[in-house]
Write a protein that binds this ligand. Sequence first.
Ligand code: SF4
Length: 482
Amino acid sequence: MSFQVHSQDFIARSRDALADAPLQSALGKLRMGLSVRRREAVAALPEFEALREEAAALRDYTLATLDRQLETFEAQVRARGGEVHWAPDAASARAIILELCQRYGAKKVLKGKSMVTEELELNEHLEAHGLRCVETDLGEYIVQLRRERPSHIVAPAIHLRKEDVAESFAAHHVGREHADRSTAEALMAEAREELRAHFLSAEVGITGANFAIAETGSTVIVTNEGNGDLTQSLPKVHIAVTGIEKVVPTLEDASTLLRVLARSATGQEASVYTTFSTGPRRPEDPDGPEAYHVVLVDNGRSAMLGTEFEAMLRCIRCGACLNHCPVYGQVGGHAYGSVYPGPMGAVLTPQLAGLDDTVHLPTASTFCGACEAVCPVKIPLPSLLRRWRQRAYDARLDGDRARWLLRLWAFFAARPRLYHPLLSAATMMLGWLAGPGGSFRRLLGGKAWTESRNFPAPEGGSFLAGLQGEEFAPTPRKAPSR
Ligand code: SF4
């Protein structure tokens, strides 16, 4: 498995992210933007819950018949003059794509936004073989200039402010010393002008695919900038790269998924551009690529079929779980050290890269359940995260301190007559010590919590006591010091 992650430093990177004021300001916009827009879009569509059910069932059916759907897809692509290439792992996918670029004499390659090519570390590979790769999605273009990775699967540059983008353009765009970079519109216009020359001079366009439709052999991409259309139609060769799980049986099925995708991702009824590619240009077509290739990437996906993690393959990469995750909302995507951040990444990455190197990722969750509640294909993300934690515990990967604390807690929890009085006493003590402010700025053994936020003192009573009908009694507080 060549999918490289460096999640061991998750905790250190999270600390840095929490102390990074510009990043926190950028993430604040995420919390107020995409999640609010999704809520409004969902409220405007009464059948949204029914659509989620339908979408989840459709993804499960597709996964149960994946071999058949993929064979049908391949046959349809070939019938329309395209070629299909099967890549069992990242190395073979990179080799196939490089060979295709060399076959067509490419020197410059356009890229549409594609998380699977990030997973393959494709740009680095092509550039190491002398090709120039130009990202055409605005967010991807910006992070490419900065030599960074995307920090979000839908909004790659969400961690940046307008000022950061202006700085990057000033550093990389030659001959534009006096460009106005004071507004987002001016920055977009500048990027468009820079990209235009590349669109007209690249020999190969590489895109991802949101879906691959078995009955027609089409690949589908959704964008808001139209860059995907230009990437796949202007160069003489179009290579679509996608995971094997992205296949759907019919056009009708793709339309069901598109309805939940745009609303969940950006709160739109539909993305601005939804583009279907079916084979190379035909004689009667006014434009389009002369050659059309689809690279179907496995890279660990088929190993998930039939396992407790199969539901993760339903994912349609909408990003809603990231937008609603309190952990992602605080630390951003780069802290995860993986191409796939947030709750979906914390489940998927251990599968793709192995649990040994990613053991911190499944712990990056409060189990609040927001990710599952918004997922358009109803993936039980908290339950899958819990399974990874169980595996980490069973394999003794979670560290001695965590194991010791869990054992201690289990000892008391299994003895209710001891557990409840001790819990009550600890609650009273903490409440009293916290004083009138009701929270701690320092706590023995709780440094990881208190160094970035206060620890609220218990208010009194307990959840269990409440269930048993006991009246709530506020914890007495220490008198304020004068
Ligand atoms: S797990 Fe669900 S919410 Fe998260 S990106 Fe995938 S489809 Fe969207």
